[in-house]
Design a protein around this ligand. Structure first.
Ligand code: SAH
Length: 512
């Protein structure tokens, strides 16, 4: 996590304690800090199905993950069995996290689990979560209360069949309820629910909404009236999990809806960068509303044990000019230095050149301000920017990827420099995950940030490349590789870095 948290060992999961933890409604950003620190330190995690992607990945590698939810078509793990598992694991003295969607005490049977643990004398704590009944409406632009027209809100289960005689719900009271009704687990019973509320006297013209997969990528909302909602939901094909909402606040969505207004809302964008580099670009695209499919076509394989790398690091202080061509190059050069007991002072006498702002930022993170950063981020521009640096008969290091172009070293050699080209890493083909290939099939955009990703993706998926997607390239070299693969570049970034690529993509989406 990039956020800095107070580091307090007593905040970690304690042995012999069972934590009943809410995982939030789906968006990984809506997981509480407490939930994350407990998942990250637990010995055992027992989890349900509706847990947002990502949080389970925070568990320790050696943690035991136990799925206790219901898979479609299979019987659910019985509640009694879950409670026995919690007690059993708690008694072994391990730290146990029971992870539930939303909030554990809102239609999550967390109350029963807490009672069972209390009765068994096993220590437990409860960590509330962001519940779907509040979060899904919020993402749909509906405030569940409002000074002007909702002074109360009721959370109601729509799970039971309202046409049954012995219902636990008092439909007459719900119809009279002076505020917003929020129903969980009701989308399957919606026609009967609407009929029952209307029959009991609720205004058929009252604004209403249904929100499917709230806060997840691809959230869908249908707005209507109490009487109109069943048909509207059927027509849109909305299904579980969904929140139903009845009340005047539903009409405020027209003014407040914000999710859909984000520039990349509803666009599926494929990121083909190596996984280690993809997170920044993917996060930026997600923040703009895109649904991101990570389809890494390459992986970075460090070559820090190669003799040429070892020699370059040993002689680092002798170079007059050191050129770095990617943030990965910076990271790996410093790793190679550290393993040999060297630090930034080894570069004290050299002029340091970075090919672009990402590379310069990676240097700055390590306490070095690059002397030269060209305005355009291709090798040719770096060559130009280096024109004023005297290199004749001087030792120059170009530290980079194994399969890079030779524009820079050739130009320096032509000017009489003694150039050492050292490959800190190779980019090798990554075999894409079949699920990601399927998800990419419906993409609106495929982004390419280097020519090697273009070639490797083609080698890997060939015909399964999403032909209807628009192709966004980071710059001319990558664009050429796209054309060499027989495709058309639809958008080329004007600034050849990830931020420039995002800018160009957003501009294109705004036109379409
Ligand atoms: N404890 C959970 C609710 C569990 S009951 C919470 O506090 O959110 C399961 C029901 O929650 C689903 O049938 C659906 O009505 C609702 N739900 C859960 N996640 C949802 C989501 N992302 N969007 C809409 N509804 C959701």
């Amino acid at each position: 996590m990039s956020r800095s948290l107070p580091r307090d060992a007593s905040r970690a999961a304690r042995p012999g304690v069972v934590y009943l933890v809410g995982a939030g409604p789906g968006d990984p950003g809506l997981v509480t800090v407490r939930a994350l620190e407990l998942v990250a330190s637990a010995d055992v995690v027992l989890h349900d199905r509706l847990i947002g992607a990502g949080i389970l990945e925070q568990a320790r590698d050696d943690a035991e993950l136990i799925y206790v939810g219901k898979r479609p078509g299979e019987p659910a793990v019985a509640q009694g069995e879950i409670e026995s598992l919690l007690i059993e694991h708690g008694r072994t003295g391990r730290s146990v996290v029971r992870l539930k969607g939303g909030d554990p005490f809102v239609f999550g049977r967390g109350g029963e689990e807490a009672e069972a643990l209390a009765a068994a004398g096993v220590g437990f704590e409860v960590v509330p979560g962001v519940t779907a009944g509040v979060a899904a409406p919020a993402y749909a632009g509906i405030p569940v209360t409002h000074r002007d027209d909702a002074s109360a809100v009721a959370f109601v289960t729509g799970h039971e069949d309202p046409s049954k005689d012995e219902t636990a719900l008092d439909w007459a009271a719900l119809a009279r309820f002076p505020g917003t009704l929020v129903l969980y687990m009701g989308v399957g019973n919606l026609p009967a629910i609407a009929e029952r509320l209307e029959g009991a006297g609720r205004d058929p013209a009252e604004p209403a909404a249904a929100i499917e997969r709230g806060t997840h990528a691809g959230q869908r909302t249908v707005g209507s009236t109490l009487a109109g909602l069943p048909d509207a939901v059927a027509e849109a094909g909305l299904g579980a999990p969904a929140i139903l909402l009845f009340g005047p606040v539903a009409a405020r969505r027209d003014a407040i809806a914000w999710l859909e207004r984000r520039p990349l809302h509803g666009r599926r964008v494929v990121v083909t960068r190596a996984r280690a580099q993809a997170s920044g670009l993917a996060a930026t695209l997600r923040a703009l509303g895109a649904e991101v499919v990570e389809l890494p076509a390459i992986r970075i394989e460090p070559r820090l044990d190669a003799a040429e790398v070892r020699d370059a690091v040993a002689d680092l202080h002798t170079y007059a000019l050191v050129c770095l061509t990617s943030p990965n190059g910076v990271r790996l050069l410093f790793e190679a230095m550290a393993t040999r007991g060297r630090d930034a002072r080894a570069l004290a006498n050299a002029t340091v050149a970075a090919i672009g702002p990402g590379t310069a930022a990676a240097l700055a993170d390590r306490g070095l301000i690059a002397d030269i950063v060209p305005d355009r981020f291709v090798a040719e521009a770096l060559v130009e920017a280096l024109a004023a640096v005297e290199v004749r008969d001087r030792p120059v290091l170009v530290a980079r990827a194994a399969e890079a172009r030779d524009v820079l070293p050739d130009a320096l050699a032509e000017r009489g420099a003694k150039v050492d080209v050292v490959a800190l890493y190779e980019t090798v083909r990554e075999d894409p995950d079949p699920a990601a290939i399927d998800a990419a099939a419906g993409a609106d955009y495929v982004t390419f940030t280097s020519s090697s990703t273009v070639r490797n993706l083609f080698d890997a998926i060939g015909d399964r490349f999403p032909r209807n997607a628009r192709i966004v390239s980071i710059g001319p070299v990558t664009s050429q590789a796209v054309r060499d693969a027989g495709l058309t570049v639809d958008v080329e970034a004007r600034r050849h870095d990830p931020a420039g690529l995002v800018e160009a993509l957003v501009a294109d989406a705004g036109r379409g």
